[in-house]
Structure formats: structure tokens, C-alpha cells
Design a binder for this molecule. Structure first.
Ligand SMILES: N[C@@H](CCC(=O)N[C@@H](CS)C(=O)NCC(=O)O)C(=O)O
Length: 240
């Protein structure tokens, strides 16, 4: 009853200040890398979410209500007034398009946007994917680390290094959502112990991205999450 009253008051307040629209709901878990990208973007856009923790370590994402919402049962998931989205990079693009005051983070210029999209997909399908392939089996299940998977990850890092020929950031001369997503990936692999020494261009770009994100929770949201996952990985490796 107390909760119901609280919800009614909340809706009433939103009616008054936002013409009736409730803030989007973000289903998340703080250390999750793709969730960290969304949380930092929310700060950059100064937007509010109704934040709902789903503890995937306890299997909460498999509860029927959540699977009904997102049959793929992954985090982050956003519900914006009935528009339900998952895949963090698609969420980043949507949130900028729907809530940013300009298009700087996801430029409308089709040639720049093409590069932002390519970089985002490189992250999703190659860089983040190869990092996960190398580390996550160990981090979640204590499987032995596989050197052939490490070689694939380092190959992707060399490709990423080679992308910094013309621009300061990955897709443009300014920071975009491609940099945000890739910063989370690079910070996570650095926390896991990948040496960025052989990649000077990645290191220079990474430094600039950290400066860019410093006011938007880089340490509290991103680094603390990266360190938490590093702790999980190390504890599984010690138990070997
Ligand atoms: N490509 C997805 C990855 C989503 C993902 O794998 N999320 C993990 C947490 S980091 C998850 O929800 N795992 C639980 C599950 O899939 O059941 C994205 O960027 O959003």
C-alpha cells in the first residue's frame, strides 16, 4: 500500500513536470560493462532513469516477468514508455537521438554516422566479443585461459590501433558514442591485465576518453565496475 501510494505520487509529479511522461526504466547491474556505458551516457545527457537492479549472478534475469519483457534476458534493457530495447549500442544511439540536445554524440551527418556505426559494430562483434571469449569463461566458471583466444584478442587490438590514422577519436574529431562503448571495452581489458603498452595510439585516445568521461562517473561507474570484474576473475583463477 505504501509502495502503491509512492508510485501514484511519483506519477502525479511527472504529470506536473514532464507532461505525464515517466522516465525510462533501466534494468541493469552496476559492474556489467554494457550497463556502465548506459549509466555514463545518462549522466552526459543529464537524464533520469527509473533504475531497477537485476542480479544476473542470482539468475534474476530468468524470472518470467523479465523474460516476457526481453526474451533474450540480457542487461542492459531499457523500457521507454513501452519501447523495449536491449543491446547497449542500440540503446546508446536511441537515447542520444531521443534525449540529447544536439547530435554531437551520434552525428546525423551520414558519413560520420557511418563511421560511428562501424566502430560500434566492430566493438560488439569483434573487440568486446573477443575479450569476452577470452576472459568470461574463466571469470564466470573458472575455465582455463586459452592462449589461442588471447591471440585473437590481440589481433583485434592491432586492428583497432590501425584505425587511428586520421582522427583524434574513433569516428570523428570529437567524442561520440563509439568512443564511449569502446572506452568501456578497453578499460575492462586493461583491468583484466591486457598490456596496452604496444598500442600507443589506443593509449593516447584512451587517456582523452577518460578525461572526457571524468565528470560523468568514469571512476565511480566505470573503473569501479571494471575492478569488480577483475576481482571476480582473479578469485576464479586463484581457486584453480
Ligand atoms: N551485446 C549485449 C551484451 C549483453 C550481455 O551479455 N549482458 C550480460 C551482462 S554484461 C547479461 O545480461 N547476461 C545475462 C544473460 O544473458 O542471461 C549488450 O551490449 O548489451
Amino acid at each position: 500500500m505504501v509502495n502503491e501510494t509512492r508510485e501514484i505520487v511519483k506519477e502525479f509529479v511527472y504529470c506536473l513536470i514532464r507532461g505525464g511522461k515517466m522516465p525510462p526504466i533501466l534494468y541493469y547491474l552496476p559492474p556489467s560493462p554494457p550497463c556502465r556505458a548506459i549509466m555514463m551516457l545518462a549522466k552526459m545527457l543529464d537524464m533520469e532513469f527509473d533504475m531497477k537492479v537485476v542480479n544476473i549472478l542470482e539468475g534474476e534475469q530468468l524470472k518470467p516477468d523479465f523474460v516476457e519483457l526481453n526474451p533474450q534476458h540480457c542487461l542492459p534493457t531499457v523500457d521507454d514508455d513501452g519501447l523495449v530495447l536491449w543491446e547497449s549500442r542500440a540503446i546508446l544511439a536511441y537515447l542520444v537521438s531521443a534525449y540529447a540536445k544536439d547530435d554531437k554524440l551520434y552525428p546525423k551527418d551520414i558519413r560520420v554516422r557511418a563511421l560511428v556505426d562501424q566502430r560500434l559494430q566492430f566493438d560488439l562483434g569483434t573487440l568486446y566479443a573477443r575479450m569476452g571469449d577470452y576472459f568470461f569463461g574463466t571469470m564466470f566458471m573458472g575455465a582455463p585461459l586459452d592462449e589461442t583466444k588471447k591471440a585473437k584478442l590481440l589481433e583485434a587490438l592491432r586492428w583497432f590501433e590501425a584505425m587511428f590514422k586520421k582522427r583524434e577519436f574513433t569516428a570523428s574529431d570529437h567524442f561520440t558514442i563509439a568512443d564511449l562503448s569502446l572506452t568501456v571495452t578497453i578499460s575492462q581489458m586493461e583491468a583484466f591485465g591486457i598490456d596496452l603498452g604496444p598500442y600507443p595510439k589506443i593509449r593516447a585516445w584512451f587517456k582523452k576518453c577518460k578525461e572526457e568521461l571524468e565528470p560523468y562517473g568514469y571512476e565511480e561507474i566505470n573503473q569501479s565496475g571494471a575492478d569488480a570484474l577483475k576481482g571476480m576473475l582473479e578469485s576464479k583463477m586463484q581457486n584453480k
